[in-house]
Design a binder for this molecule. Structure first.
Ligand code: ATP
Ligand code: MG
Length: 347
């Protein structure tokens, strides 16, 4: 491989030298012709020389020789950079997204190298997200399918008591709902990703919407013995009702999922002149500063062991929806608490 690269570098340098050589030959020939013509026409007559052809030929040949040697020496450096660039591009094309070029101090080349390095790190991030997605996705999809198949097989047995039969049917219903929820989330993400304008904007009673979402998740938070505080007045804000509902469900679902058992969830709403602020706080383990930077990325999950349900798209969808509303979503966390704050413009 190294020999191959040295060979290519040699070829590139040689080609560059040939180009310079040809240019020099042509230039010298033109100069020689012009000088010769000037003498012939009697315009240049002051230089006393028995044979003008000789000095012109010497001048031309020595220029060619010197020029070619210099171009070989000078050409090696840019050629080496181009060669490095080609090597890095090939390596990137072969899937080595960790490839980077050492940015020297050269002006134009530095800009090119910086762009290359940015491109490579973007590709590396996308690749990481893609592989995270495949890992999570195959796990999340496979688990309910395997359990549905298992319990459906068990249902075929004749000796099953009615109680067992109904228990297995309940499991199948739960697992298929999980599958449906998962597919809906992925489809929602794909849909929202391609949306750039917010439609169907009308005044929405945010307080009512949040109370409904809390009730929707009642089974989950009662199972964990959580206390949910939602003591706020009525707040109205222009929004797309259906989309915004997904935000509350996602953030509240996370609060329930990640709160410690017998913990606390508290929703507060306030507004100033231009903005509505909704804060959803839960007790539970802290989200580190490092994690806070990544939780809004698609398919990112803090827990890579897949012990908690989900695919890591809830917050990505929520952020996109809040962005469409020209709002902002922020997270802050400390010892034993996490708060998500959503800001929505009132006009
Ligand atoms: N309230 C919270 N407390 C602690 N960690 C949280 C909280 N909300 C989100 N996270 C972290 O952020 C990650 C991304 O959240 P997100 O809602 O996007 O995905 P998910 O809940 O894992 O899966 P999904 O929402 O697709 O079911 C979570 O995996 C978790 O590590
Ligand atoms: Mg979630």
């Amino acid at each position: 491989m190294k020999k191959h690269n040295t060979l290519r570098l040699g070829t590139l340098s040689f080609l560059f030298a040939i180009v310079v050589f040809v240019v020099l030959v042509i230039t010298m020939m033109i100069i020689a012709f012009v000088i010769f013509a000037l003498f012939r026409l009697g315009i240049l007559t002051r230089i006393e020389q028995p044979n003008i052809l000789l000095p012109v030929a010497v001048l031309a040949l020595s220029s060619i020789l010197i020029g070619t040697v210099i171009s070989i020496i000078v050409g090696r450096r840019p050629m080496k950079q181009i060669d490095e660039f080609i090597k890095a591009l090939n390596s990137l094309a072969n899937g080595h997204f960790e490839t980077r070029i050492d940015a020297g101090k050269n002006g134009v080349a530095k800009e090119l190298i910086d762009s290359f390095n940015t491109l490579a790190s973007e590709l590396q991030n996308t690749e990481m997200l893609r592989s995270d997605f495949v890992d999570n996705f195959s796990h999340e999809f496979k688990t309910p399918i395997v359990s549905i198949r298992g319990f459906a097989k068990l249902l075929k047995r004749q000796d099953l008591s009615d109680e067992r039969r109904s228990e297995y049917i309940d499991i199948i219903i739960d697992e298929s709902s999980r599958l449906a929820e998962l597919s809906t989330n992925v489809l929602n993400l794909a849909k929202i990703e391609n949306q750039n304008i917010l439609t169907d904007v009308k005044p929405v009673n945010i307080s009512e919407q949040i109370r409904t979402c809390i009730l929707l998740l009642e089974k989950k938070w009662i199972n964990k013995d959580l206390y949910v505080g939602a003591d706020f007045g009525e707040f109205v804000c222009p929004a797309n009702e259906e989309l915004l509902k997904q935000v509350w469900i996602n953030i509240l679902d996370n609060a329930v999922k990640y709160a410690d058992k017998r913990g606390l969830i508290e929703v507060t709403i306030r507004q100033d002149q231009n903005t509505l602020y909704v804060s959803i706080k839960n007790t539970g383990s802290e989200i580190s500063a490092e994690m806070q930077k990544r939780i809004f990325d698609k398919f990112y999950q803090g827990d890579t062991s897949h012990s908690s349900e989900g695919t890591g798209i809830g917050l990505a969808i929520s952020k996109k929806i809040v962005d469409l509303h020209n709002g902002a979503i922020r997270v802050s966390s400390g010892l034993n608490y996490v708060v998500f704050t959503i800001e929505l413009p009132l006009a």
